[in-house]
Design a protein around this ligand. Structure first.
Ligand SMILES: [Zn+2]
Length: 336
């Protein structure tokens, strides 16, 4: 979604157009807000009490959702789609990240791959979809994938120092920016406020290994460690059905590879590992934006990563990041 990267985030009388990636780090927003809060610019809109309606929000819903089967689950924050039999995408369209968690059912138990922002109660949604016991596994432990972890007693995780830091949660000082008005499309879930929003700590009930298999009863899932985006990034493979849940290692959009916890060389190795799987896959189920993508993206992702490594492609510097654009996705790296 290269065109999506250019977001007119604030409509103001002086028509200031700010170009930023689709999903932006909190620190950037703080800087940006400080800039905007000069007298006569954004203050009148902020004081008006109306949520700002940036471009990203006006562009929703994404057209791909028209072709998906919506599941009638009553909730004011989540939308649920049946992507495949017994595979549900639990989508959060009202926040800038547009994060997607997945509930995968077997005959004996269910796996929840990520728990979203922790704005809505994802355990209430999973309880409406299944009566099976639910175990959580995270694609990685960035805040927007772990928000509901504390609602579950069975949470698996990868044993990295990054994960061990994440499980302590995140206080409101670091979290509240995610729910600032310009990052919300529509209204927040009932009872949730930016000034009290935080990521609750959780407990790991089982440390997973690379290649470990999870038997849900009639459905086997395989854990593939794909470090790079974070040290604890992993993908989930349903070999029999040709499904690969990719988390933030791949999604159609600007892929974040600029934070201190990103290791681009490791990401390249992970991209290579996934590209080898592509011929055996039928569907990718990414962690943001849309819950369905063609497996062929993995081959293109590897080509893109190799071109960047070889210096064969030009970047555009935006808001302190180098953006390498490809068809339907881009790689956002830190400026060295
Ligand atoms: Zn992430």
């Amino acid at each position: 979604m290269a065109e999506k990267i250019r977001s007119n985030l604030f409509r103001q009388s002086r028509e200031i157009t700010i170009i930023l990636p689709r999903r932006v780090a909190a620190t950037t927003w703080l800087t940006l807000l400080a800039f905007l809060l000069v007298p006569g610019l954004a203050s009148s809109q902020i004081n008006a009490g109306e949520p700002l309606r940036p471009e990203w929000c006006r562009q929703l819903p994404r057209p791909q959702y028209k072709n998906l089967e919506r599941v009638n689950v009553t909730d004011d924050w989540f939308e649920v789609y049946r992507v495949r039999p017994d595979v549900f995408a639990i989508y959060e369209p009202h926040q800038f990240e547009e994060v997607i968690s997945y509930l995968i059912l077997g005959s004996r138990r269910a796996l929840l791959f990520d728990t979203g922002l922790g704005v809505g109660r994802i355990s209430h949604v999973t309880a409406k979809l299944t009566s099976l016991p639910v175990t959580v596994l995270n694609s990685h432990t960035h805040f927007d994938h772990i928000g509901g972890n504390a609602e579950f007693s069975e949470v698996m995780g990868e044993d990295t120092s990054f994960t061990r830091a994440s499980i302590k949660g995140q206080s409101n000082i670091y979290s509240r920016d995610a729910l600032a008005a310009e990052r919300i499309c529509g209204t927040l879930a009932a009872g949730v406020r930016a000034d009290s929003y935080a990521i609750r700590p959780w407990h790991i009930s089982h440390w997973v290994q690379d290649g470990e298999r999870i038997d849900l009863g009639g459905r086997q899932l395989e854990i593939i460690f794909t470090p790079g985006h974070t040290p604890d990034s992993l993908c989930l493979l349903d070999r029999k059905h040709g499904l690969l849940f990719t988390g933030d290692t791949f999604y159609p959009g600007p892929i974040y590879l600029f934070t201190p916890e990103t290791d681009f060389a490791a990401y390249a190795r992970s991209a290579s590992r996934l590209a080898h799987l592509a011929p055996s896959l039928k569907l990718l189920l990414p962690g943001h934006n849309v819950p369905v993508a063609e497996p062929g993206y993995l081959t293109r992702l590897l080509e893109a990563v190799r071109k960047v490594q070889a210096g064969l492609v030009n970047s555009t510097v935006i808001e302190g990041r180098r953006e390498y654009r490809f068809q339907d996705f881009s790689l956002l790296l830190a400026v060295k």
